[in-house]
Design a binder for this molecule. Structure first.
Ligand code: ANZ
Ligand code: ZN
Length: 840
């Protein structure tokens, strides 16, 4: 070994170049080895890598490098989820072009990833904003259209009446346009949809096969798909009409105290026809967000129509309201409301003074207890319900459905919460939807030979709205069918479409089609997918849907794209703040601005204390962020990688600390010093260390396969400590060499540097150490040998060695003989597997 310190500043980049030059991490499509496809969710090119990326990609990297070491051909690619709003916002705020902004960001972030030494196959890099990529996406979209999985219909969008533009959901803040501040309205527009509901049953059933997915993610998907069994039935209205409602709780039918319809429901529209107050109320419902979550949390509002509905069992006249919490596109757009057992109905009933009746009680004695502030959603026994009294909830459901079907006023029915996926966005920076609108032919797909439909470069962001719509020439084309003047579709695709198939494109990137099915058969499913829990629902569901849809039209043979899923925890840090004396608002300071002592923290600028706040996810707004570049510059890539793996289980939050990263940097140097002691010529045995070495290799392999990186790290610390303490021997040298191989996936730069210094070449290509199964079993014990009660020697012997043998071995020891100084042994006390005491 040459240098006495490992110098990451020079070594890191040297090895990164060596891997690049040797194309070490390029996946070989024609390899005969077993294959592993390791994938981390590709980043949005926001401009800089943040610490969460570092954690996610380090985990994937360790697994990918480990799989290579155990002899797999590994596909570990990287790309960019490059379309989306932030680029347009930057264009509007800074006057830069979204394309240029995005490409600059990609260049920056790619350099950052390279500087961290990730074992990525950069030859397969892709960005979803490349026409090569989105053109193939357009081709797939046309295939799905031909198969009837794409359609157009009217649906509500957020409309900013001042800026005269459609807003994305994230541009609606508290019901107002983010730029104009105007109250947002719901507007109907013709939009494109993907028929995900056709696969609802299959997407649900498939969850059962995903036994290497976190239970919580499967549950979230199940809830999102939301299959529910219920009853659809008709109320006779006082005006002679019939009103169909859908309920999942027919057992609570005797608790219904009113009926409610959505603002868009025909009954509401009918009432509004001659009633300005009803019209105003319906207009009010149209304001605010369009999402189910927003409707759920908004204040419950109603309008009494004056109509009544006849209860099918009691004949009671229930008032009919128009209510803002009833959705038109779920069930029938109308409900029977049971305030005692549904929170929304409860809130509504309290507000409008409607009866609240308990029809399910924990037990019959509690049938008449007063209500608290909440509806009672729990299970129990049916009360106040005529012929249902005393039944369980399940039995009552069956009884009511039976009566309804028998008497012909209702039908048992399955309803799904999952809606078809609206993919139209009235934005510039996305994949153009490849259709034209012709006055003669209607909606016409762009012929595949004319793909890609490329975004125009010369666009104007100085006025609100969709630049594609305003572009002077782009949308004017000839109809591909009849040649008449036609208009291009100016909607672009939801960026979730781009991320629904990128993992397929990584397996092969032909120029003339989206992918080579043979390569998909070879590489997919992804063996291990790693990403954030924020993608537990939409991204993963859409990717599962696209995979099914493409299989459905015969393009691929694959049902589930991700065999195993891991969702990593967040990196957290304490916050530093002071209160603004004028308004009491917190003012945050970054860790770099703060001097942290054992007892408190001070602002470097003025030396006065700042308050140490909660430990929370690193975020720019709370300024509790550390910059990975700065850490790498100070400590090197291996120290930050090691930190990302240490201490916390990977699914939990990882608290960042300065002491922690410094400890990691010290450990890098400690290993370097240990590696310097490697002596190929050392002789002599150290069976205990040999055993520990083999046991550690075995355990660390299991830990990495299980992604329990923190456990692997702890074991490596332990073996390092034991090796440092051991006397020189062939086994010790072997232990040092083994530690080098064990840390190679985690600290690849240090490992390469040390590997060269012991005369080897490129540890990235080295094999994982083999384990001798015989050494995994702890079949040896250490025996203390005492002379007159004083410890003189130890013996390592097989467990259960007989007394006579132990006595003989003890007497044969040089150290014992020296301690006896020629005296006669009067008595020998032997405790098997523990000790031998010689009394002289
Ligand atoms: C009576 C009832 C009593 C209900 C009770 C619930 C609890 P999930 O389970 O999410 O599918 N509902 C039906 N259609 C609706 C619509 N278009 N807009 C808003 N709410 C609607 O929800 C089904 C329940 O949501 C249905 O069962 C209905 O209220 C309501 F203790 O009927 B329920
Ligand atoms: Zn035409």
């Amino acid at each position: 070994m040459t240098a006495d310190r490992f110098d990451p500043a020079s070594a890191d980049i040297r090895w990164q170049q060596a891997w690049d030059n040797a194309q070490t991490f390029r996946a070989d499509d024609s390899s005969a080895k077993p294959r592993s496809y390791v994938l981390e969710m590709f980043p949005y090119p926001s401009g800089r890598i943040h610490i969460g990326h570092v954690r996610n990609y380090t985990m994937g990297d360790v697994l990918a490098r480990y799989k290579r070491m155990i002899g797999h051909e590994v596909l570990h690619p990287m790309g960019w989820d490059a379309f989306g709003m932030p680029a347009e916002n930057a264009a509007m705020e800074k006057g830069v072009h979204p394309g240029g902004w995005t490409r600059d960001n990609i260049a920056n972030m790619k350099a950052q990833l390279k500087r961290l030494g990730f074992a990525l196959d950069w030859s397969r890099e892709l960005a979803t904003c490349d026409p090569d990529y989105y053109g193939q996406e357009q081709a797939l979209f046309l295939d799905l259209y031909a198969a009837g999985l794409v359609y157009r219909r009217e649906s509500a969008v957020n409309w900013d009446p001042v800026d005269q533009t459609v807003l994305a959901n994230e541009q609606v803040i508290d019901g107002r346009g983010w730029r104009s501040g105007a109250l947002v309205e719901k507007r109907k527009l013709n939009q494109w949809f993907l028929k995900i509901t056709q696969f609802a049953d299959d997407l649900l059933a498939g969850l059962d096969t995903l036994d290497k997915w976190p239970e919580k993610v499967r549950l979230m998907q199940e809830n999102w798909i939301g299959k529910s069994q219920g009853l659809q039935f008709g109320f006779d209205l006082s005006n002679g009409d019939r009103l169909d409602v859908y309920t999942t709780r027919p057992d609570t039918i005797f608790g219904a105290s009113f009926v409610a319809v959505a603002a868009e429901h025909p009954v509401a529209q009918g009432i509004a026809a001659g009633n300005p107050a009803a019209q105003d109320f319906i207009a009010l419902c149209r304001q605010g967000g369009t999402t189910a979550a927003e409707l759920e949390t908004a204040e419950k509002l109603g309008f009494d129509t004056g109509l009544s509905a006849r209860h099918p069992f009691t004949g009671a006249a229930l008032p009919v309201y128009i209510a803002n919490f009833v959705l038109m596109d779920y069930g029938t757009g109308a409900i029977m409301a049971v305030p005692g057992h549904d929170q929304r109905d409860f809130d509504f009933a309290r507000k409008y003074g409607l009866p609240i009746t308990r029809v399910v009680a924990p037990d019959a004695d509690r049938a008449d207890a007063p209500f608290g502030d909440e509806a009672e959603a729990g299970d129990g026994v049916i009360v106040h319900s005529g012929f249902l009294d005393g039944l369980t909830v399940a039995a009552a459901k069956a009884a009511v459905i039976g009566r309804a079907e028998g008497e012909g006023w209702g039908q048992g029915k399955t309803v799904w919460r999952l809606r078809d996926w609206g993919v139209s966005r009235q934005r510039y920076w996305g994949t153009p939807i490849p259709f034209v609108h012709c006055e003669v032919c209607g909606v016409v797909p762009v012929p595949k030979k004319h793909l890609p439909v490329v975004l125009p470069d010369d666009v104007d962001f100085s006025v609100p709205g969709n630049p594609l719509e305003r572009h002077p020439t782009w949308k004017h084309v000839a109809c591909p069918q009849c040649g008449h003047a036609a208009r291009r579709e100016t909607d672009t695709l939801d960026t979730f479409v781009d991320s629904s198939w990128y993992f397929l494109r990584f397996a092969s990137q032909p120029a003339d089609r989206p992918f080579d099915p043979a390569m998909i058969a070879q590489w997919l499913p992804v063996e291990q997918y790693i990403g954030g829990i924020e993608h537990a629902i939409l991204h993963l569901l859409y990717a599962r849907f696209w995979t099914r849809a493409l299989a459905h039209i015969g393009l691929i043979e694959l049902t589930e794209p991700f065999a195993s899923l891991f969702t990593q925890g967040m990196v957290t840090h304490e916050t530093y703040e002071r209160r603004n004396p004028d308004n009491g608002q917190p003012v945050y300071f970054s860790p770099a601005e703060v001097e942290r002592g054992g007892d408190g923290a001070r602002l470097r600028a003025d030396g006065a204390p700042v308050q140490i706040g909660r430990v929370i996810k690193m975020s720019k707004s709370k300024k509790n962020v550390v910059d990975p570049d700065e850490i790498v510059a100070r400590h090197g890539a291996d120290a930050i990688r090691w930190f990302m793996l240490s201490d916390s289980p990977p699914e939990r939050d990882l608290p960042w600390s300065e002491a922690g990263i410094e400890g990691c940097a010290r450990f890098v140097q400690r290993l370097w010093r240990l590696f310097a002691q490697y002596d190929a010529g050392a002789s002599g045995e150290d069976r205990a260390l040999a055993r520990k070495t083999h046991q550690t290799v075995h355990a660390v392999a299991g830990d990495i396969e299980a992604l329990s990186f923190n456990k692997a790290v702890a074991r490596i610390y332990e073996l390092t400590g034991a090796t440092e303490k051991a006397a020189p021997s062939a086994d010790r040298s072997q232990a040092i060499r083994t530690i080098l191989l064990l840390v190679a996936p985690m600290m690849p730069h240090l490992a390469e540097e040390a590997w060269t210094s012991i005369g080897e070449h490129l540890i990235a290509d080295a094999a994982w150490p083999t384990v001798d199964p015989a050494l995994l079993i702890d079949d040896e014990v250490t025996i203390a040998v005492q002379v007159k009660g004083k410890l003189r020697d130890t013996l390592v012997v097989a467990k259960g060695t007989p007394r006579e043998d132990l006595e003989r071995l003890a007497l044969a020891s040089d150290k014992v003989q020296r301690a006896l100084e020629g005296a006669d042994v009067k008595k020998v006390i032997v405790v098997p597997d523990r000790l031998v005491n010689l009394v002289a």
